[in-house]
Design a protein around this ligand. Structure first.
Ligand code: MN
Ligand code: MN
Length: 467
């Protein structure tokens, strides 16, 4: 009997697939690297809360690392570093490889926008001596999650005279915050009868921004007036300047370590800055890669990649066209020979809500970078399904380099779905697959990831670029 069992165990080891926790698969000394990398990531997350702030952060890092604007008429040699910023909201960068880009480039694409509450164009109003800002939510949020969370306001206002004011209030020490209110349980009898998706409605996501009147004379709406006075003092703006503003209400505060064991990171906006940061770091550490390594940090993924800063626009193609011109080849030659990691998050299996997932094909927190062969919804609509050949190639390279990785499908079939920028890059005739970090409570004001997965996503992208 004993002999039979050990034979089975041996065969199982040889043939069957087993999942192992990422922490148990770290190489000697790698735990230190995980901690160091995640410390840098948490600082980035605290400083880059919007696409503009992430683009500015990346630009500073690139300029410090010797990246210069890409010029189609320049001559480049291996190791040269070029970049381009699109309207302060998206960044493309490349480290020139030893081989000509004509032989293909390696692309990592992540997005730096996250779900949030944008201010409407006429946002400020007073109701019963309280001042509010009307919002229009951006991206897919579960609206009931956003009230009673301290919020900060980030963005820009273009004033009547054309000058641009930067707004960043609620995240610096001593700053006030703002909040969307919700009912107390004592009086929620009728709200409680709504469905969860309707529990808090879009037009109820109003940001509380003041309660003190300007003075006590007969003039109406004095609470709003005082807010306007403070806005004028601080930003030189008046009410009409909201018309030409991009102001984003985002959860206030720094990311934190989660768990007695500090194995996780909790914070706002990790989808997809948790992949953008590893992608940027993987590019920065390159010296002279074999293939030119291109990183794109894009905007507007959460709303469908439309608009001139989203990946459906031509800005990425133009970058490759200019690169092609510098090397005397055609962009289509580059695209057709290229490969891409669409670096985006996937849903981590949540045991509390096990029913939403298909356990055999879900990704797990702490089991490493998740490779997602296809995304989409229903019968694989809206997806670029990576080929077996390309998936096999990535798999071999990850294994050879000791990257801890897993696969994951987004939840149960027909239980929803979602997409990434993978299909927009794949549509350019590029072999593309999703790789990124599994996330708990994705798109909530506070998202949770595992440190080991963040680090392994960095390693995966570095390996993808590096060989
Ligand atoms: Mn994403
Ligand atoms: Mn998302």
């Amino acid at each position: 009997m004993a002999e039979q069992t050990s034979k089975a165990a041996e065969l199982k080891k040889q043939l069957a697939e087993t999942r192992q926790n990422g922490w148990n698969r770290l190489a000697a000394g790698e735990e230190q690297a995980v901690e160091e990398f995640c410390k840098g990531y948490m600082d980035f997350l605290a400083e880059a809360k919007t696409e503009r702030e992430a683009a500015a952060w990346a630009t500073r890092a690139l300029e410090a690392a010797g990246f210069v604007p890409l010029m189609p008429d320049a001559a480049y040699k291996p190791g040269d570093r070029v970049y381009r910023v699109n309207r302060d909201k998206a960044v493309v960068l490349a480290v020139i490889g030893k081989r000509s880009p004509r032989e293909g480039v390696r692309i990592a694409a992540a997005h730096i926008d996250s779900p949030r509450l944008d201010l409407k164009q006429h946002p400020l109003y007073e109701a019963d001596e309280l001042a509010y800002l009307k919002t229009h939510y951006y991206g897919g949020i579960r609206k009931y999650q956003w009230p009673t969370v301290p919020m900060a306001l980030h963005g820009v206002v273009v004033l009547r005279d054309g000058s641009r004011q930067t707004v960043n209030i609620g995240d610096q020490p001593g700053d006030p915050c703002f909040v969307v209110t919700d009912l107390l349980p004592h009086l929620a009898a009728s709200q409680d009868k709504r469905t969860l998706s309707d529990g808090v409605r879009g037009e109820e996501l109003n940001l509380l921004v003041g309660s003190r009147p300007f003075n006590n004379d007969e003039e109406s709406e004095q609470v709003k007036l005082r807010v306007l006075q403070l806005l004028f003092e601080r930003y030189g703006m008046c009410e009409a300047d909201f018309l030409s503003a991009e102001l984003e209400a985002v959860p206030a505060g720094r990311p934190v370590e989660i768990g007695f064991d500090r194995s996780m990171i909790g914070g706002y906006g990790q989808d997809d800055r948790v992949c953008a940061y590893p992608a940027l770091m993987a590019a920065l550490q390159l010296d002279q890669p074999e293939y030119t390594a291109v990183t794109v940090l894009t905007d507007k993924e959460e709303t469908g990649s439309d608009g001139n800063t989203g990946l459906q626009s031509a800005y990425f193609r133009y970058f490759i066209e200019d690169l092609a011109e510098a090397f005397g080849c055609r962009a289509r030659e580059i695209f057709s020979a290229s490969t891409c990691l669409s670096a985006d998050v996937n849903a981590a299996y949540d045991p509390t809500f096990a029913d939403a997932f298909e356990k055999r094909n879900a990704s797990y927190l702490g089991s490493g970078a998740v490779i997602t062969k296809y995304t989409g919804a229903r019968g694989k609509y809206d997806t670029s399904d990576a080929s077996a050949e390309f998936t096999g190639d990535i798999r071999r390279r990850m294994d050879a380099a000791g990257v801890v990785w897993q696969t994951g499908e987004l939840g149960k079939v027909d239980n929803g779905g979602g997409g990434t920028v993978a299909k927009y890059i794949a549509n350019l005739d590029v072999d593309t697959i999703d790789l990124g970090v599994p996330v708990l409570c994705m798109h909530a004001p506070f998202e949770v990831v595992s440190k080991v997965d963040v680090y392994m996503t960095y390693r995966a992208i570095a390996v993808f670029f590096g060989d």
